[in-house]
Design a protein around this ligand. Structure first.
Ligand code: HEC
Ligand code: HEC
Ligand code: HEC
Ligand code: HEC
Length: 407
């Protein structure tokens, strides 16, 4: 979430630079005369195909006008309207429409409600509750972020660069989601989210916006744990395709000798990738895989795998392993693993202590043996080499069985 907010701030800064012109609502009112035929004298679209502009964020309106003018947003009706507008005109129009009352005394919601159901695929009855759930919670399993994070509760966005969706015509919302899905309208974040939505999801979203108040008191249930889906995660997913043959599509490798990356901390994964590249961690296969990766690629890959859920490991548990993991062995100078890898084997991200739970027995065994022999020596201050040098083979086997079975 912090990363999303951070990128918002960056985006905001760049937009403020792009629209340095300060809008004047009075001037905008005069210029808006020619918009009324479609967008209404009060800024409420005269039909479902014309979006409401009343109460929309000024910067968003100005940005869309610039996009219609440059052709980055394709709309045959709007291109000629925007062609003659200067940056000052756009800012003025933005200021004017932003100053109008979003409700506009309109019948938009009832009108839109009927058309939304008409537009949905015939065999599918759109569900406002399903739309609300997806809007508020997103769906991490499909990399759809919760919409509420950017567009606000019931579509009342608090962040100026994110358009208000509240009281917008539902068919217009559906049309835009289809446009983002097909990429005929381009926006990095929206193309990803809408791209992962099915036609049914889009119809559900339309049903929700046709009357958000109707389901306002229905509590939505979280279907799956939702990890924040940042732009970094999305970019990392695209770059992870080459890793899938060994590490699995979602970082859950199916071959035990290839470590699982799903659910591992981003910081740790990124560190390993850097070190495979510099040779500090030696592995011929991985050295080849990372040779062409930039630091940015590595950070994105780390973020992507961290956002995935790991599947259970192949360990059978072990009493000896459990004892060593939780208590160490003072007589032999073995520090308890729990101190760094945590009570449930999840590690500590910020400290650089990796998650070990759910990892395969084979890989865990190999790494402990490698630290013990000093072959893997990329652990800061020799932390793991010190811990493992006093472990006997049977301790290592037992620890691997135990860690892999941790939940
Ligand atoms: C002939 C009808 C028509 C006229 C006149 C018109 N528009 Fe539009 N406008 C549209 C349509 C249709 C869309 C939706 C385009 C799409 O589907 O992407 C639109 C979209 C927009 C949007 C994007 C809204 C959003 O929520 O993303 C803005 C902003 C806008 N118009 C501003 C204006 C302004 C300002 C004027 C007057 C200078 C104007 N329009 C005149 C038809 C019109
Ligand atoms: C990371 C922030 C973010 C998230 C999360 C997000 N959006 Fe958006 N959305 C945007 C931005 C930015 C735009 C404006 C794009 C542009 O400038 O053309 C937008 C535009 C839209 C529009 C078009 C509005 C208009 O007036 O034309 C719709 C509809 C929309 N989003 C729906 C959704 C839905 C549904 C979800 C959840 C599945 C969602 N958004 C999640 C950032 C986000
Ligand atoms: C041909 C098979 C193969 C491919 C493809 C591959 N890897 Fe690996 N990866 C391995 C092997 C084998 C290891 C174990 C290395 C060792 O024993 O030190 C490994 C280890 C790792 C580790 C260390 C895991 C840990 O827990 O310390 C990371 C991170 C990693 N790979 C990321 C990636 C990424 C990202 C990609 C794609 C850009 C990728 N790998 C592609 C085989 C592969
Ligand atoms: C003082 C902290 C500390 C203690 C105690 C500790 N570890 Fe570690 N462990 C680390 C760090 C740090 C790394 C990652 C090194 C690196 O950056 O590559 C690591 C890495 C590992 C790895 C490799 C994970 C991978 O994905 O490649 C295994 C396996 C492991 N530890 C098992 C253990 C076991 C078993 C014990 C107890 C006997 C233990 N550790 C105790 C800090 C610790």
């Amino acid at each position: 979430m912090n990363k999303i907010i951070f990128s918002l701030i960056l985006a905001l800064i760049s937009i403020n630079v792009a629209f340095a012109a300060v809008g004047n609502a009075e001037a905008g009112k005069t210029k808006a005369a020619m918009c009324a035929a479609c967008h209404g004298a009060n800024g409420i679209g005269t039909t479902d195909t014309y979006p409401n502009l009343a109460g929309q964020h000024a910067d968003y309106i100005a940005k869309q006008l610039a996009a219609f003018k440059s052709g980055t947003r394709v709309a045959p009706l709007m291109a000629p309207m925007a062609a003659g507008l200067s940056e000052q005109d756009m800012a003025d129009l933005g200021a004017y429409f932003a100053s109008l009352d979003r409700t506009g005394g309109s019948t938009a919601s009832t009108e839109a409600g009927t058309s939304a159901t008409v537009q949905a695929p015939v065999a599918y009855e759109a569900s406002a509750i399903a739309g609300k759930s997806l809007y508020e919670l997103g769906d991490a399993s499909r990399n759809i972020a919760s919409c509420i994070g950017c567009h606000g509760k019931e579509g009342n966005s608090k962040v100026l660069i994110y358009p208000n969706l509240s009281k917008q015509h539902a068919p217009y919302i559906e049309k835009q989601l289809h446009a983002f899905k097909s990429k005929s309208r381009t926006n990095y974040a929206m193309n990803q989210f809408a791209g992962a939505m099915t036609d049914e999801d889009i119809a559900d979203m339309g049903a929700y916006f046709s009357d958000t108040k109707a389901v306002a008191n229905i509590k939505v249930k979280r279907v799956a744990t939702v990890a924040a889906i940042t732009e970094e995660v999305i970019a990392g997913k695209a770059k992870s395709a080459v890793c899938a043959s060994c590490h699995g599509v979602d970082g859950n490798s199916l071959v035990p000798m290839y470590p699982k990356l799903a659910g591992q901390h981003a910081e740790y994964t990124t560190k390993q990738l850097k070190e495979f590249k510099s040779g500090v961690r030696k592995n011929p296969i991985m050295a080849g895989m990372v040779a062409a990766l930039s630091e940015q690629d590595m950070a994105e890959l780390g973020a992507y795998f961290a956002s995935q859920k790991s599947t259970p490991g192949n360990g059978n548990g072990s009493e000896l392993g459990k004892k060593l993991y939780f208590g160490g062995d003072a007589s032999r100078g073995i520090t308890a693993c729990i101190a760094c890898h945590g009570i449930s084997g999840k590690g500590i991200a910020k400290a650089g202590f990796p998650a070990v739970a759910n990892q395969s027995v084979e890989y865990l065994t190999a790494q402990l043996a490698s630290f013990k022999a000093g072959e893997r020596d990329n652990d800061r201050n020799g932390i793991m080499r010190n811990v493992s040098k006093r472990l006997k083979k049977k301790d290592i086997d037992a620890l691997a069985q135990f860690m892999s079975s941790m939940k």
